[in-house]
Design a protein around this ligand. Structure first.
Ligand SMILES: Nc1ncnc2c1ncn2[C@@H]1O[C@H](COP(=O)(O)OP(=O)(O)OP(=O)(O)O)[C@@H](O)[C@H]1O
Ligand SMILES: [Mg+2]
Length: 329
């Protein structure tokens, strides 16, 4: 087990644990060769008894690290280094400062305003579209709230490309993914680009309904508007379509998903939040032109909030998705 102060690979000084568990931990580290630049160090420990099996896993790990290092996308952390020492294996990558979507959902009572859910889904779909456009396509396979980091600038980053799986000794690894988000065909070891569409549907379903798919039987999503009747109909039907059990009945490509999301944002006139967190400024002109009150979500510090609440024009109910039109002010 690593700990603060330890130096790995004669180069990376461990600072503190960021997350992970089991065979993989992710640490914040400083690169001593590059002026102490912050980086994220994923440390994987294997338990192979067979030396040749370890050698094979190391080769697979290295090949995949090279593939990750060749990716170039603004929503994917850059890979800086990969190496193995004895039965420990390390991937060094860009450190992303922010909070995971999992934390964000916990803080907001499990649900996000539709415009924020759309903003996240748009960025994720652009990233997955890029991965699917590679030859051969890269299927992400493990989309879920703890694998997305929201930066305070509003940018969403996709982390965790499942590199630890090469060191798992059980042979159940054809099923890579997380119950609740993984598509039914993925359970049968048949992941394909449309499996990522299903997982994005699951993520959106959770963001707009507050229903946590991990606490429910796998692949059992009720239609969105059954749980969240106020959800924009076009968004609800996109989510329901993405969550079809049969891949042929889903939206067929990530670029089609992204176009639909863009269309919904335009049609619904949903405001784009510039950044995440409590310090987001409320853009009064957006609110005024829509005649809707977003202030509980987008501007927790907004001075008008208490006045609106007092006047009965802004309520927690509107905050929970039943947005009520407000007179223009
Ligand atoms: N590049 C990074 N920059 C900043 N934090 C990171 C980075 N990579 C991972 N983390 C943090 O470490 C946590 C665990 O990382 P990762 O998802 O790769 O491992 P995991 O074992 O699959 O964990 P989980 O099951 O929670 O997804 C993340 O949820 C995030 O908080
Ligand atoms: Mg993860």
């Amino acid at each position: 087990m690593l700990g603060p102060g330890l130096i790995i690979g004669s180069r990376y000084e461990v600072v503190r644990l960021l997350g992970g568990g089991g065979m993989k931990q992710v640490w914040l580290a400083r690169d001593l060769r590059l002026a102490g630049r912050s980086c994220a160090l994923a440390a994987i420990t294997d338990s192979f008894v067979d030396a040749s099996a370890r050698k094979q896993a190391e080769l697979d790990f290295k090949r995949e690290a090279e593939l990750l290092a060749s990716l170039s996308h603004e929503h994917i952390p850059q890979v800086y280094d990969a190496f193995s020492e004895a039965n420990s294996h390390y991937l060094v990558m860009e450190f992303i400062n922010g909070e995971t979507l999992e934390t964000r959902l916990q803080k907001s009572g499990g649900r996000l305003p539709e415009s924020e859910a759309l903003q996240i889904a748009l960025q994720v779909s652009a990233t997955l579209e890029y991965l699917h456009s590679l030859r051969p396509p890269v299927i992400y396979r493990d989309l879920k709230p703890s694998n997305l980091i929201l930066k305070s600038s509003g940018r969403v980053m996709l982390i965790d490309f499942g590199i630890a799986r090469h060191f798992q000794t059980t042979k159940t690894v054809t099923m890579v993914g997380t119950p609740g988000y993984a598509a039914p065909e993925q359970w049968r070891g048949k992941a394909e680009p449309r499996s990522d569409i299903y997982a994005l549907g699951a993520l959106l379903h959770q963001m707009v309904t507050a229903r946590d798919p991990c606490s429910e039987p796998p692949c059992s999503f009720p239609p969105v508007r059954q749980i969240a009747p106020s959800c924009a109909p076009r968004l609800a039907s996109l989510i329901d379509e993405a969550l079809q059990y049969e891949p042929n009945l889903r939206i067929q490509s990530m670029s089609a998903v992204r176009s639909r999301l863009l269309e919904i944002r335009r049609a619904e006139g949903l405001a784009t939040t510039k950044s995440f967190g409590a310090d987001v400024e409320c853009r009064q002109s957006d609110r005024a032109s829509r005649g809707l009150c977003y202030c509980r979500r987008y501007c927790s510090r907004h001075l008008e909030q208490s006045l609106l609440l007092a006047a009965g024009r802004c309520s927690v109910a509107s905050d929970r998705g039943n947005r009520r039109p407000l007179p223009r002010w």
